[in-house]
Unconditional design. Structure first.
Length: 115
């Protein structure tokens, strides 16, 4: 199982970024996928989850209306569109799933929101 994130970077407050996670090594279309983040000196926080079909999504309150999670089961990818970014969104963002009762993580991608 491999989860590889991309798309992080430095952006000004109010800007946008799109993160992508490429999954391999498991039957992607059968599993819910999530994005988590971890800010410096803070615990890891679940940001958004999408069901296996994409028909259900769930967000932490602090990103509702600004972030959108989506997936493409033909390409085995899950994306996180982040708009109206704030300095408090600065964190390492991780792709996540629970497959065969094992929690899987990518290596993370850094998002920095700063002027």
């Amino acid at each position: 199982v491999q989860l590889v994130e991309s798309g992080g970077g430095l952006v000004q407050p109010g800007g946008s970024l799109r993160l992508s996670c490429a999954a391999s090594g498991f039957a992607f279309r059968y599993y819910a996928m999530s994005w988590y983040r971890q800010a410096p000196e803070k615990g890891r926080e679940r940001v958004a989850t999408i069901s296996n079909t994409g028909g259900f999504t769930n967000y932490v309150n602090s990103v509702k209306g600004r972030f959108t999670i989506s997936r493409d089961n033909a390409k085995n990818t899950v994306d996180l569109q982040m708009n109206s970014l704030k300095p408090e969104d600065t964190a390492v963002y991780y792709c996540n799933t629970v497959e065969s009762q094992i929690t899987r993580w990518g290596q993370g991608t850094q998002v920095t929101v700063s002027s």
